[in-house]
Design a protein around this ligand. Structure first.
Ligand code: ADP
Ligand code: MG
Length: 397
């Protein structure tokens, strides 16, 4: 597994009077030109303060949404600059000059008045996602030191992630370092510990490596959500009209044979009968009929999973146990989350991650019950299964 050789604090000696390019994740929700959730902006404030204390000049680079290489007002970072100013208590220059025609000298002149310059959305340039050499060189020419503070993109081979470190002395940022330190704990599990992975969500195909990795490593894997439906189908159960991935049935069978004592499945479910769209009912898995749709784990399964979770000392959680966006199908996930809170006072290390997983943690107010919640989304999934991360590897070169 990858270890980053440098620390954020190693950069302190190098940044004095230098221009630092800070790649951040300011991909925040915006409505009517106002940032509606400043959590991500707040998070980089300590990093910026540390750099300013060490007399750095800072160029912030970030992406916002998916503009696919096209300039558009909708994805402009302009209002993010306004959102950051009061939090850092510094005037920030928002610079929407095209990077390709931007000169280092021009930026240096601006640094006489400003300590922080925020460039326009890096994904307005198609060269960003193409990892294009000329663009990388141009970007690198604007600064002297590079800091990667964007864990969520570090599984990508993008210009501002893995490209710039080829040309500039590079360091991890404080948040990125913290993320890696926490997630690394999952790799140091001994065979004696009671480790559990709770996996759910919609698709097995997006989480194959995750399933295999933790089935071979952890004491138990609890599977819920639509992911469980594909396994139930593979076991020969009727799952009615429930969401599943037919093309993954063969793979699910193989996993079942190999790890039958490790993987636990739902024994009951909350279903809706598609023909009369009736109220949700609880059914044992063996009693599911061809018109039923499984939307959540049932009470027996909730208890089964709860009891496993409270016995564990290490836990990884990714994916909701049901169709949580619609009540009451959030109840199964929320019930199991209570077991995490119950474990809080014992020696227990728990990590959660994934876009929808974070949404339901927020909804149920149990962010703080976990030892660590990753902000990474796709990057989190890659990291926790030991995949190669170009943005992290490039910091060591
Ligand atoms: P994450 O983003 O946390 O990695 P996923 O994207 O894999 O999670 O899965 C989340 C999605 O899975 C949600 O939209 C949720 O509604 C859906 N889901 C979970 N269980 C079911 C189910 N039984 N039927 C339909 N959708 C489900
Ligand atoms: Mg998702």
């Amino acid at each position: 597994m990858l270890t980053i050789k440098k620390k954020f604090s190693d950069s302190y000696n190098f940044v004095y009077n230098k221009t630092v390019i800070l790649r951040a994740d300011l991909n925040v929700p915006i409505k009517d030109n106002v940032v509606t959730d400043v959590t991500r902006i707040k998070k980089i404030v300590p990093t910026l303060k540390k750099l300013l204390e060490n007399k750095a000049k800072i160029i912030i680079i970030s992406h916002l949404g998916r503009p696919n290489g096209v300039w558009s007002k909708e994805f402009s970072l302009k209002c993010v600059a306004s959102g950051l100013e009061p939090l850092i208590k510094e005037k920030i220059l928002f610079c929407d000059t095209n990077i390709k025609s931007l000169k280092k000298d021009e930026l240096q002149k601006k640094f006489a008045t400003y300590n922080i310059i925020l460039l326009e959305n890096i994904r307005f340039y198609k060269e960003e996602e193409e990892n294009e050499e000329k663009f990388i060189k141009k970007l690198s020419s604007l600064g002297e030191i590079f800091i990667n503070e964007c864990f969520s993109c570090s599984h990508r081979n993008h210009s501002s992630i893995s490209g710039v470190p080829k040309f500039l002395p590079s360091f991890p940022g404080q948040l990125l370092e913290n993320e890696i330190q926490n997630l690394k704990n999952l790799f140091y599990i001994t065979n004696h510990s009671n480790s559990i992975a709770v996996l759910g969500g919609a698709k097995i195909s997006t989480k194959i490596k995750l399933l295999e990795y933790y089935a071979s490593k952890f004491t138990k894997i609890l599977i819920g959500g639509a992911m469980a439906n594909t396994f139930l189908l593979a076991k020969g159960n009727e799952i009615g009209k429930s969401l599943c991935e037919k093309k993954m049935v063969k793979y699910a069978k193989e996993l079942l044979t190999k790890y039958k004592d490790i993987i636990l499945f739902p024994t009951d479910a909350v279903v809706i009968d598609k023909t009369n769209n009736d109220k949700p009912q609880v059914k044992l898995i063996d009693s599911i009929k061809k018109n039923d749709v499984i939307f959540d784990i049932g009470p027996q399964t909730r208890m089964l999973f709860y009891n496993e979770i409270i016995k564990s000392d290490t836990l990884l959680w990714n994916g909701p146990m049901g169709f949580f966006e619609q009540k009451p199908f959030d109840a199964g996930t929320k019930f199991c989350l209570k077991a995490i809170a119950k474990n809080k006072n014992k020696k227990f290390f728990s990590v959660a991650g994934g876009g929808d997983t974070i949404s339901i943690l927020n909804q149920s107010n149990c962010f703080n019950d976990f030892s660590f919640v990753s902000t990474g989304g796709g990057a989190f999934l890659e990291f926790v299964q030991g995949a190669h991360m170009p943005g992290l590897a490039s910091l060591n070169d």
